[in-house]
Structures are given as C-alpha cells and as structure tokens.
Design a protein around this ligand. Sequence first.
Ligand code: ASP
Ligand code: MG
Length: 438
Amino acid sequence: MKIMKFGGTSVGNPDRMRSIIPLINGDEKVIVVLSALSGTTNSLVEISDLLYAGNTGEASRKNEALRAKYYKVVEDLYSSAEYKKKGHELINSHFDYINGFINHTFGKQHEKAILAQGELISTALFHNLLSENQIPSVLLPALNFMRIDKEGEPDSFYIEENFKRELALHPDEKIIITQGFICRNAYGEIDNLKRGGSDYTASLLGAAVNASEIEIWTDINGFHNNDPRFVEKTTVIRELSFDEAAELAYFGAKILHPSSVNPAREKNIPVRLKNTMDPADEGTLITSNFILRDYKAVAAKDGISVLRIKSARMLMAYGFLRKVFEIFEAYKTPIDMITTSEVAVSITIDNPAYIEQIAHDLRELGTVEIEQNQTIICIVGDFRTERTGSAPEIFEALNTIPLKMISYGGSPYSISLLIDTKDKIEALNLLNKFLFNL
Ligand code: ASP
Ligand code: MG
C-alpha cells in the first residue's frame, strides 16, 4: 500500500485532475490524499479575513466568485448531464455553507470550518470523476480520523487506530481517497495542520499504515539544488536523507512541508517527490541513506528577526542561557539559529508575534538589539566534524555580502548563515556559481 498526495496545482484544473487517474490506477492499493485546487485556500483565507473585518458585502462577493469558478470546473470535468448536476449540487452545498457564516459573529472556529471546504470539495469532485469513469474508489472523510491534540500536534495513536478501522471496512477497495490538511482538534472541532499541511497528512497516514512509499506529487521534479524562483540554473537532487530533506524543507525549500519528514523517518518509509506534469521523471527519493557530497543544496528562509542580547552578567556565569530560553518558551516562540560569545548571544526567530514582549523581558538580563528583514541561508553538504577543508568555497562566494551570523557544527550536514534579505538573491546566485559551478 502506498500514499499518493497531489498538491493544489496537480488538481488545479479539470485536465490536471484527469491526468492523475492513470497514475493512481495501478496494481498497488493506494491512498490518495488531495489538497484543495490551487488558489482555493488563499481565497477562503481572504473570505475569512473579510468576515473578521465585518466586510460582509465583499466576503459574499468573493464567495460567489469562487462558486462561479467551481461551476466552470464542474462543466468541464464531467461529460454526462448526471455528473454535471451532481457537481453543481455539491458546489452549492459547500458555498451555501460558507454563506451561512456571513452576517454572524465570526471567530477562529468559523474560519477553520471555512478553510476546510477546499479539500472537502476537491476530494468529492475527484471521487465523482472516478465514478463517472467507472473506476471504483472510496472517499474516507479525514475528519473521522485525522486529529491534533491540545498542543496542536498530531495525535498519531488516534490517527492510526481510527484510520485503520475505517480502512478495514473496505478491504477490497484499491483506491482510497481522503482530504489533506484538515483534521479535528482535541475538542472535536474542525481544525487543520496549518498551511501546506496536506504533505503532513500524507506522511502521517503513511506512518499509520506502514506504507511502502509516500509519494508527494507537485509541479516540479523534486528538490532542487537551489531556489528556482531566484536562480536561473538549478538541478534536481535525486537522493536525499531524511535529515537533509528536513533541513532544506525547514529552511525554505517550498516543495515539502517541513513537519512531514518526521513520521516517515520514524517508520523509515521512503518519501518520493514527483512531478505530475512529468510523471516519467524519477523525482527525488528521500530515505535514511546518506550520500555525502561536499555541497548538495542551498535554501533560503525569509522573514527572520534577530535578537542580540549583550550582558556582562553572562561572563563566566552559568544558568544565563536558561533564563534567555525560558523567555522564548514563555511566548511559545521557537528559536531557529543561535550563536554565542562570552558576553553576548544572538538568536533568530521566524515568528515575530511576541517580539516586543520577548525583548522587554530580555532587557532584564542585558541590552537587547532587534533587527528584522533577515534571511537564513542553509547550505546542505558534508560538514562532519572530522572533515578538514569544508566550507571555504562558501565564504569565498559570499565575500562581498555581510554575514551576520554563522552556525557551523550544530549539524554534520548543514551550515546556516544569516544575511539581510536584500542580499538574498545575490547570495543564492553566488553560491550557485561557487558551490555548484552553475
Ligand atoms: N490547501 C492547503 C493550503 O493551501 C493545504 C495544502 O495544500 O497542503 O495550505
Ligand atoms: Mg504544498
């Protein structure tokens, strides 16, 4: 049994949806996890934002525009009058449901219910498409088995128990369809695994059933050695280890949700990234194997803030860093990078929601400087501690760019650097030239 997850662009229009049928209709039993059609979740976020702001007129207009867009999808997707009619009814039921939130007080719960509509629609449309083509499949509602706990973390035990129970009801069915992204929370309410979370659904389900492989189908041939949005010449990396993939995903490679590596790694299930537009291409395979190379890939993560804390009290003191970390913990703010000297520590965060409060509390310990609009550049390669001579090319390449922090030695397979976001494109291009000769 394998998992096949198709992202928003892979189901983004009727042609794309039709083109995934031959991919899933093979000999092996498959669990097909679908995202919402591309752009839909963004539109649902916009509708929710308008409702928060009390702008019901505009929210209603956006909702109707989205409904009209889906009418067109339905018209093109199905060939028979019967299925077109079914499609229209389906679309109406979801957009009428969203309409029901207009003119009422609006809160987080309602927003989550609205955001769930994208995946509910895409999976139902696809399930009907298979039926119209006489391909048997079942649609299992993710809300019956995907669950997060009070901390917002997936409840793997619950997911495994309940997903297996649902699966057992359909032992002979070869194609199982379900929604990515959506789940219930500890209180049984509709919730989600955060933006881009369909990948996470795929790997959680893969781990739950011990799948032979977790395939993530997107619109690009896999992980690239550099960011194709900013660098002209990039190449596909054919094999990555779980650790390398997690590092790249976390530090900006948009292709994979960073949390989705963990469940696969824990059960040692290979993850394969594939391109729906080029299914013959082997894509990128992520396993526990390490194939060491001096430099493998570069990724960049924007929106970083750095806090620099200076304190004479740090000199030869113990327990100082604990106090610093406790402040970040109190505001549930994860730390990305950290560098220390004897009297100063620099810390980066990517969630600035509580930065003022954090800085305020840190001032009890010393002076605090904040700098925003920073970017972390992560370079994945062979930086094992016993190696000599690793990394000179990095510093040669970035000779003209101010490096604000360097993190070396935290991981044997990556180095992270902090630079100003305005220098990012230049830095990525220079690294491409110096590290990959591209
Ligand atoms: N549709 C959701 C989003 O756009 C989840 C996903 O596509 O992974 O974030
Ligand atoms: Mg995605």
